[in-house]
Design a protein around this ligand. Structure first.
Ligand code: NAD
Length: 346
């Protein structure tokens, strides 16, 4: 029997052993080009359980983990507003970085990250996994091929059921639907439209989450003006009823001079499941399994990062693009606060 060559795998350390940290761990431990080596979480219990599940070392301090672990890349999967510390620590040690979205939630954090990464021979990518979303990619290819002409307008609706801020996330109040899902939405619009957001105008609604003890707006309705002349409307809500068929309500329209696309990523009837006590539309595209192996766009982005680092290829999403998303969302929040249009400062 022929022996195939074994490869020098990329060693990956994970910071954040929560819900999404587990998705990362699954890929690092199962991909043939990567090896999952250690995990860190402020909660020793969470770090220990995940470490035991994958047979890796665990830590409760990421500085210590990075000092004691031989690794090539670091995944930052801590809450939205805590990415700067771990990213800077990894950059200081010249590690490649896959950071969960958003890159940062303040100008100060963003500037510190940009300074820490500047001049380093490392790659950093933010996990905007819609760049691996099949219908979004089809739209992007067709737009780039000129099939609908110049883009005139866009509409995106990316919402969560109220379960997410009230029950799933313990830190919703320190983030916002804009950081949690709006960052994906802005990245999708920017990628497809291929121009710069110059000005935003946003209105938010408050009260429903506040009544539940979570001091954060319920939703934002935003208009984004692009340098190309395209105008986009973006809706991000955290208060959909839990009876919605899926955790997200995700719709997209892109209209050009010669045609348009409509995407419904949430209420489609691709798979309807009727059980004795439950009717549902199970997710089989975002995060699923085929023959026991993790599959779907949420895993594809992580897989692609590993493969590009391994092959010394440039990661698909630039730091500049991810930084722009943070600056646009900060402008949206400012606009909603001031109740007037705000120019985006890059
Ligand atoms: N790409 C996606 O679609 C997607 C989906 C879900 C979540 N996320 C992102 O992943 C990140 C984590 O989300 P989650 O749902 O897993 O949250 P979570 O609360 O389940 O997990 C976060 C973990 O980070 C740990 N943590 C916090 N600060 C830390 C620190 N300084 N050092 C070590 N550990 C620390 C917490 O103890 C917690 O266990 C967020 O940025 C979120 O937006 C991305």
């Amino acid at each position: 029997m022929k022996n195939f060559t074994t490869v020098n795998k990329i060693k990956v350390a994970l910071i954040g052993a929560g819900t999404w940290g587990r998705a990362h761990a699954e890929i690092y431990s199962s991909h043939h080009l990567s090896e999952f080596v250690s995990v860190c979480d402020l909660s020793e219990q969470k770090a220990k359980v995940l470490a035991q599940d994958y047979g890796v070392k665990y830590f409760t301090d990421y500085e210590q983990m990075l000092d004691d672990t031989d690794c090539d890349a670091v995944a930052v999967v801590t809450p939205d507003f805590t990415h700067a510390g771990p990213v800077i620590a990894a950059a200081k040690r010249n590690k490649h970085i896959l950071c969960e979205k958003p890159l940062a939630t303040s100008v100060e954090d963003l500037e510190s990250i940009l300074n820490a990464v500047k001049g380093k021979n490392i790659q950093i990518m933010v996990d905007f996994h819609n760049r691996w979303n099949p219908p979004v990619c089809k739209i992007k290819d067709d737009v780039d091929a000129g099939k609908i002409g110049k883009i005139v307008s866009a509409y995106i609706r990316l919402n969560d059921i109220i379960y997410v801020p009230t029950k799933m996330l313990t830190w919703a109040e320190k983030s916002s639907i804009l950081w949690f899902l709006g960052s994906h939405a802005v990245d999708v619009l920017n990628w497809i439209i291929g121009a710069k957001v110059e000005r935003v105008y946003s209105v938010c609604h408050e009260g429903i989450l506040k009544d539940r003890g979570i001091n954060v707006p319920d939703l934002y309705q935003t208009v984004l003006e692009y340098s190309s002349g395209a105008v986009a409307t973006m809706e991000n809500s955290w208060i959909l009823p839990d009876t919605n068929p899926y955790v997200n309500d995700y719709k997209l329209n892109i209209t050009g001079e010669k045609g348009m696309f409509n995407m419904d990523f949430s209420h489609n009837t691709l798979l309807e499941r009727f059980l004795e006590n439950e009717a549902s539309h199970p997710d089989v595209i975002c995060k699923s399994r085929i023959h026991g192996k993790p599959t779907g766009l949420a895993y594809e982005s992580i897989r692609d990062f590993i493969e590009r680092i391994y092959h010394h290829e440039k990661v698909l999403i630039s730091l500049k693009e991810s930084a722009a998303v943070t600056r646009i969302i900060l402008a949206i929040m400012e606009s909603a606060k001031r109740k007037e249009p705000v120019n985006v400062v890059y």
